[in-house]
Design a protein. Structure first.
Length: 557
């Protein structure tokens, strides 16, 4: 039997039809055009994956082009982070990165062409007056009193705008289309505005800057982009995109829109993310609670998992809300396959093995990952004094409790079976120490004791353990759609308890760990060493827990 061919998404259908028709000689060329005014987020990860993987599938190319047309908000630091994020996700763009500012002279020339054709004019109206002129969807707009200036006057004024003769806001260049058009974007849109601000690449060469709707399509055309993939909110901009290309007679790039990535409990507005940073509700753009690529990387999300999440979310024509549990599932699935297991005790309870020789230490061989034997083994010290998890002991244990309890046996992972002989408490009745005995013949791998135990718990050797800081992260917002309410501020749903900092004892092998290393703390979750770590004090971020709520729910369906 032949294998079933995977179904195509609607963009793949368009591309395959174009290739079969010989359009652009079968060439596929996409682009990713971020504005360098903040860090990339999960929505950008989706756009990156779609653009680069579609081009790869059809033997094409993908450009990286910075949409740097607003000097007020753009920084070289943001440019550098964008490039780093894309490469970290596993993609490489065609040639050097490009910039809309590379085309400022050519875009200016296009604007002059529109003026010469009687399709653009300089307007002296204020921003408020222009907004009022546009009308609304129920009534047509009104024409500007400057709309019928002569071509010669418009060319002169536009050149003087470029030369810096007018202050910010004094004049704009507008397209002359149709003030009664049902599509509001056709009601004489602004093409250029005056901004006397230093640009991160062109310096003070320019004091007029093109608007997105004018720069976007023309930049695509200059680069010969065959399939210009945008998020769905730009669908009403497409007729204007096509109008500019038609009037200028340039390469006919095609804009195609798909649903943006909306993930429950996350926001993808850079303006709102910047507000979180500026109001110090997070520690920065790369805070592990942020939905930025830098934040997810710092938290320990693998790039393969993010790409897989984007693939599973799919390419849709309509907006939808993706469960955050699917993202966590993809992360957990990848980490389960690729991370070494280590022992860490997050809520320590001391255990003294009274019949183990004082001062003796022995080295145990522990597997690094039972899912992958090629990851080998590591040495783990065992001594008379240990730490176990407090919740692995219960003083009044029910019959079906298989961890440690008075008079009961349990196996220590990779080590011996121990028996709880005595419980030590402080004056307040709090359990402070367990005194246990071990069975010398019960060592893992060479057990001749004949004992049968159902429970296995992890531990660390107290004299050898490293003290570490552990940062437990939960969702940054309490509502699955924090920015989905017109009458409520998204910060109303900010979770002030989204970060809890605790202390842990970890096995000494983690002395060799480096920031960015991902690990599974046995029976506790997946963690990543943070960049704040020092040789004396490692810091670990909780990436995701072991519990897989999403997969469990899928089984019910």
């Amino acid at each position: 039997m032949s294998e079933t061919k995977p179904s195509l998404n609607f963009i793949e259908e368009i591309i395959e039809e174009d290739i079969s028709n010989g359009k652009h000689a079968g060439r596929v060329h996409t682009r990713f055009p971020p504005e360098p005014n903040g860090y990339l987020h999960i929505g950008h990860a989706k756009a990156i994956t779609v653009n680069f993987e579609l081009a790869q599938k059809y033997g094409g190319k993908t450009n990286l082009r910075m949409d740097d047309t607003n000097p007020s908000t753009e920084k070289t630091d943001f440019v550098d982070n964008i490039k780093n994020d894309i490469r970290w996700l596993g993609f490489e763009w065609e040639g050097e990165e490009l910039y809309a500012s590379d085309y400022f002279e050519q875009l200016y020339g296009y604007a002059v062409q529109l003026i010469e054709k009687g399709l653009a004019y300089v307007d002296d109206s204020t921003a408020e007056e222009i907004a009022a002129m546009k009308g609304d969807t129920a009534k047509p707009g009104t024409e500007s009193p400057y709309r019928n200036r002569s071509i010669a006057e418009n060319l002169d004024l536009f050149a003087r705008m470029r030369n810096g003769e007018f202050p910010d806001g004094a004049r704009v260049l507008r397209a002359k289309i149709d003030m009664a058009a049902p599509n509001m974007h056709f009601r004489d849109p602004i093409l250029y505005r005056i901004k006397h601000e230093h640009h991160h690449r062109t310096g003070d060469t320019w004091c007029i800057y093109p608007m997105y709707d004018f720069a976007h399509g023309q930049s695509d055309s200059i680069e010969g982009i065959t399939h210009s993939l945008c998020s769905l909110e730009f669908r009403h901009h497409r007729p204007l995109y096509d109008w500019f290309i038609e009037q200028l007679g340039i390469f006919p790039s095609r804009q195609i829109e798909f649903a943006r990535m909306n993930v429950a409990y996350m926001i993808t507005s850079k303006r709102k993310l910047m507000k979180l940073v500026n109001e110090q509700l997070t520690t920065g753009w790369d805070d592990p609670r942020m939905p930025t690529i830098a934040g997810m990387r710092r938290r320990g999300f693998p790039p393969d998992a993010i790409r897989e999440f984007c693939r599973r979310a799919g390419v849709a024509r309509r907006e939808n809300l993706i469960e955050i549990e699917l993202l966590e599932f993809c992360v957990r699935e990848e980490l389960n396959r690729t991370t070494p297991r280590v022992m860490a005790v997050l809520d320590p309870l001391k255990v003294v093995i009274t019949n183990y020789p004082e001062g003796q230490t022995e080295s145990l061989q522990i597997e690094n990952n039972p899912e992958d034997e090629s990851m080998g083994m590591r040495e783990m010290p065992f001594s008379r004094e240990l730490y176990i998890e407090r919740d692995d002991f219960m003083e009044d244990a029910p019959k079906n409790y298989f961890r440690l309890a008075p008079g009961k046996d349990v196996r220590l992972k990779g080590a011996y079976i121990i028996h709880c002989d005595e419980v030590v408490k402080d004056a307040a009745g709090e359990v402070t120490e367990l005194r246990c005995s071990y069975y010398p013949e019960s060592r893992s791998g060479s057990d001749t004791s004949g004992l049968k135990v159902k429970g296995t718990i992890h531990f660390v050797s107290a004299p050898h353990a490293l003290e570490a800081e552990v940062r437990h992260y939960s969702r940054l917002f309490t509502d699955p759609q924090p920015d989905g309410y017109e009458d409520r501020d998204f910060l109303e749903f900010y979770n002030p308890d989204s970060l809890e900092v605790g202390k842990a004892y970890v096995e000494p092998s983690l002395k060799a760990a480096q920031p960015g290393d991902r690990l599974q703390f046995m029976r506790k979750g997946y963690f990543c060493m943070d960049q704040d770590s020092t040789p004396d004090k490692p810091v670990f971020n909780l990436t995701v827990g072991l519990k897989d709520a999403w997969a469990k729910e899928q089984k019910k369906v």
